[in-house]
Design a protein around this ligand. Structure first.
Ligand SMILES: C[S@@+](CC[C@H](N)C(=O)[O-])C[C@H]1O[C@@H](n2cnc3c(N)ncnc32)[C@H](O)[C@@H]1O
Length: 280
C-alpha cells in the first residue's frame, strides 16, 4: 500500500471486536442521519442527483442516501475490501441499478472527471494522512457547480458529558495520539475549511450537528462510550493499560445508569462548491 492510500481506520480483521465496531458505525449513522439529511437538503441535495459516498465503509450512509435519492444514483467508494464486502452483502439487491460500489482511495479514485453533483466524505478525512490531496481529488470528481460536503469531527469540540466521566479525557487523548501514529488526525475538523479553500472550493459553509441523549435516549448513544470495545486495539498494542480501561469503563457504566446524565455528540458539516458552473 502506498502512503497515499494509508488509513488510520481499522482494516478488516484488525479490530478485536469487529461486530461491535460495525454496530457502532450503524448506530452513529442512524442517530445523525435525520439532522444531516436536513442540512444536506439545505445545501442543495436533490432526489435526482448523482452522489458519491467517499469512504463509504459498510454502507450504512450509502443506504440512507439511496433512500433519500429516489431518482438519483449513489456510488460508494471504499478503500478496505472487507468493509466494501460488508456493504455489498447488505446492499446486493440494489447494486447495478442506482447503486455502484467500488474499491479505491479517495486520494486517487478510479473514477472519471466530473461525474457527480455532490460528494460526501463522512468521518473519513480524520483517517487520511493526505486530506488535502483527497479534497483536490474530490474536486476532480465533481461537476462544475457541484458541492463537496465533508462530515467530520474535532476532538476539541467532540461533545459534552454531564455530570462527567472523570477518566474519559485521558482515554480520549491516548486515542487521539494512537490515531495520529497511524497517520490520522482527530483534530482535522478545524483544518477543513482552509484546506477546502486551498483546493479551490468557494462558498465555504460550516454547520454543527448535535445528537443528544435527551432527544434520542441514552441507549441510542451508549455504544459510542464503550471504552472497553473502543480501546481494544490500543490495549493489544500497549498504548493503554487494561487497568485504566476498566477503571474508566466502570465510570461510564455509572454515568449510563444515572437518570440525571446527559450526553451530546457533535459532528460538523463543512461544505464548498466547485467553481466553474451553476449548481443544478
Ligand atoms: C469511520 S469509517 C466511516 C464510514 C462511513 N463513511 C460512515 O460514515 O459510516 C471510515 C471509513 O473510511 C475508509 N477510508 C479510510 N481511508 C480511505 C481512503 N483513502 N479512501 C477510501 N476510504 C477510506 C475506512 O476504510 C472506513 O471505511
Amino acid at each position: 500500500m502506498t502512503t497515499a492510500t494509508r488509513s488510520s481506520y481499522y482494516s478488516s480483521g484488525e479490530h478485536p471486536h469487529p461486530e461491535y465496531e460495525l454496530e457502532r458505525l450503524r448506530a452513529q449513522a442512524l442517530v445523525f442521519w435525520p439532522k444531516e439529511l436536513r442540512h444536506l437538503q439545505q445545501l442543495g441535495l436533490r432526489p435526482d442527483m448523482d452522489v458519491l459516498d467517499a469512504g463509504c465503509g459498510p454502507g450504512f450512509i450509502t443506504e440512507a442516501l439511496l433512500e433519500s435519492l429516489p431518482q438519483g444514483t449513489v456510488t460508494g467508494l471504499e478503500l478496505d475490501a472487507g468493509l466494501l464486502a460488508e456493504a455489498r452483502g447488505r446492499l446486493a439487491p440494489e447494486e447495478g441499478g442506482r447503486l455502484k460500489l467500488l474499491q479505491g482511495s479517495i486520494t486517487e479514485a478510479p473514477l472519471p472527471d466530473a461525474g457527480f453533483d455532490l460528494a460526501l466524505a463522512r468521518l473519513v478525512l480524520q483517517h487520511i494522512a493526505e486530506p488535502a490531496q483527497a479534497l483536490t481529488e474530490l474536486g476532480r470528481l465533481l461537476r462544475p457547480g457541484g458541492r463537496l460536503v465533508v462530515a467530520d469531527a474535532d476532538d476539541a469540540l467532540w461533545g459534552s458529558i454531564h455530570p462527567g466521566i472523570p477518566g474519559l479525557a485521558d482515554v480520549m487523548e491516548l486515542r487521539r495520539r494512537h490515531q495520529s501514529q497511524r497517520g490520522g488526525n482527530r483534530h482535522v475538523g478545524r483544518a477543513v475549511p482552509a484546506m477546502m479553500r486551498a483546493a479551490g472550493f468557494t462558498g465555504i459553509t460550516v454547520e454543527a450537528v448535535a445528537v443528544t441523549s435527551d432527544e434520542l435516549g441514552m441507549d441510542a448513544l451508549a455504544g459510542q462510550l464503550d471504552v472497553r470495545a473502543r480501546t481494544a486495539l490500543m490495549v493489544k498494542e500497549g498504548v493503554i493499560s487494561e487497568e485504566q480501561v476498566e477503571r474508566t469503563q466502570e465510570e461510564v457504566e455509572q454515568f449510563l445508569a444515572d437518570p440525571a446524565s446527559s450526553f451530546m455528540l457533535l459532528m460538523f458539516l463543512y461544505s464548498g462548491v466547485k467553481q466553474g458552473g451553476e449548481r443544478r
